[in-house]
Design a binder for this molecule. Sequence first.
Ligand code: C5P
Length: 244
Amino acid sequence: MPTDHTRNPLLVALDVDSGDRAIALATELRDVAGGFKIGSRLFTLEGPALVRRLVDAGGRVFLDLKFHDIPNTVAQAVEAAVRTGAWMINVHASGGAAMMQAAARAGSDASALDGRAAPLLIAVTVLTSMDHASLRETGVERPLLEQVVTLARMAQAAGLQGVVASPRETAAIRSACGPEFTIVTPGIRGASAGQDQNDQARTMGPGEAVRAGASFIVVGRPIIAAPQPRAAAEAIIEEISRRT
Ligand code: C5P
């Protein structure tokens, strides 16, 4: 079991429908997980109070709200997210360079003002639910991987620390953006993360994803829907340490 959770790449997606359930899971997984992801459903149900409860209990929270709006509005949203104590915050890279620069500035200004560590600000490039055809429908003609790498470079140039990417995209982003760039990878299945794909189409095992260059992996159902979530998380951690 890892003792230093800041070096633990396992982020558990708390995709549940109540704050009490999220807190119970986070308590059970506290010293096994490197952090917890709160998405738009749980945030909409429970609000910033839940983020603060998790942070006060010592958890690192990835607030996965994927901001995408005009620069001023995104900057204000990032500032509000920083005030919850969130450790990682994301925006959509397709909001453009000015929007990402405003987000990066707001993240560092708000954290400095509050005397907190600056949040990790990362960008969603192309949603993993999209394929080449659906991307074309939005007017983007270039191949999907090229678009992903272009947006990752834009995010880096705008001052963001990383991106969310499918396991298939990790290697190309790592080579385009260098070793320090944060890559957060969902879609983890197989091996210790269970064989049920759920709705994930392009998956990789936990150890394999970290070896391919992921800085963090996001795992939801293989842990939170397991009969024993803690044992499931421990098996994933063990697989990562065995293979890396
Ligand atoms: O249950 P599962 O392990 O598939 O959960 C993955 C988590 O990562 C979910 O919260 C899902 O919304 C999120 N996610 C994803 N693919 C992305 C971005 C986020 O699966 N591209």
